[in-house]
Write a protein that binds this ligand. Structure first.
Ligand code: NAP
Length: 277
């Protein structure tokens, strides 16, 4: 039996159309600012996508391109300036930053009520105490994809492979907040296969192409593949899609699964920040 595909592109389209509807009731235009340091081509492409997404929902967006050798102090000043702008409701600093910049200090500078990525310690802290406000985009998109299955999260065993502050750790907390029983696995986990096999919901975010094979997946499980690995010029997930889809109940494709939902959740966060909710 082949798994049902969780189509992130289609769900993201639906999210954008809901945003457009909500926007009609607003008397102002939500604004998103993106700060880019340096000229990393991948970052430039991601930012272009974010701008295009903003256009699709008629948000104002602007990009602040700063030189790679900018000082920490000047970067912080730029963010502080955006903190005070009343027409900018959400902002983010595109990662990765050059080595001489302290990433955490930069994220700390973004005021929590303009933190479009949901990565400020205040917003992450709220997530920890089950007071979800603005939550990180990829984990929020993952929850939406799991909800798309129509199966409940409560009481199910979720296994998160990967514990990064960007994906693995917050998605585990969001599943826990929804009363799943959560196991975290990482590079020091002793028997990953045994842990993965217990999962009703398996979230894989490790950045290793086709690492998860069919024998690691419980029949009927919901498998969320977060990985984006570039192999021979194409994007490949962390899950060996062709064989895992024969075992799983639901599965996300790469591309077209988590990626589009991450982008849609950035728009949703920006709207949330704009209307103060
Ligand atoms: P990361 O910061 O590099 O974290 C990787 C995590 O995987 C770490 O917790 C690491 O464990 C764990 N890990 C690495 N090798 C492992 C192994 N052999 N067995 C078990 N665990 C292992 O990466 P990330 O930012 O979370 O991203 C993960 C992947 O998702 C990447 O491919 C990235 O491109 C992709 N991604 C996609 C989206 C999207 O929108 N689709 C968004 C963000 C990220 P330790 O903690 O022990 O080192």
């Amino acid at each position: 039996m082949s798994a049902e595909l969780l189509n992130g592109s289609r769900l993201a389209q639906r999210v954008r159309s809901q945003i457009r509807k909500k926007l009609k009731k607003l008397t102002f235009t939500p604004g998103l600012a993106v700060v880019q340091v340096g000229t990393d081509p991948a970052s430039t492409l991601y930012i272009k996508h974010k701008q295009r997404d903003c256009e699709k929902v008629h948000f104002h967006s602007e990009v602040h391109r700063l030189p790679a050798d900018i000082t920490q102090e000047s970067l912080v000043q730029q963010i502080e300036m955006l903190n005070t702008r009343s027409d900018i409701h959400g902002m983010l600093v595109q990662m990765p930053l050059p080595d001489h910049i302290d990433n955490e200090a930069v994220i700390d500078t973004i005021v929590p009520h303009k933190d479009a990525d949901g990565l400020n310690p205040v917003n992450l802290g709220n997530l920890l105490i089950n007071r979800e406000g603005v939550t990180p985009c990829t984990p929020t998109g993952i929850i939406r994809l799991i909800e798309l299955t129509g199966e409940k999260i409560e009481g199910r065993h979720a296994v998160c492979i990967g514990r990064s502050p960007l994906v693995g750790k917050p998605v585990g907390l969001m599943l826990l907040n929804r009363n799943a029983t959560v196991t975290y696995c990482h590079s020091r986990t002793v028997d990953l296969r045994v842990e993965a096999q217990k999962a009703d919901i398996l979230v894989v975010a490790i950045g290793k192409s086709e690492f998860i094979t069919a024998d690691m997946v419980k029949p009927g499980a919901t498998v969320i593949d977060v990985g984006i690995n570039h192999v021979d010029g194409r994007a490949v997930g962390d899950v060996k899609f062709e064989e895992v889809k024969e075992v799983a109940g639901f599965i996300t494709p790469v591309p077209g699964g988590v990626g589009p939902m991450t982008r849609a959740m950035l728009l949703e966060n920006t709207l949330k920040l704009a209307i103060g909710g």
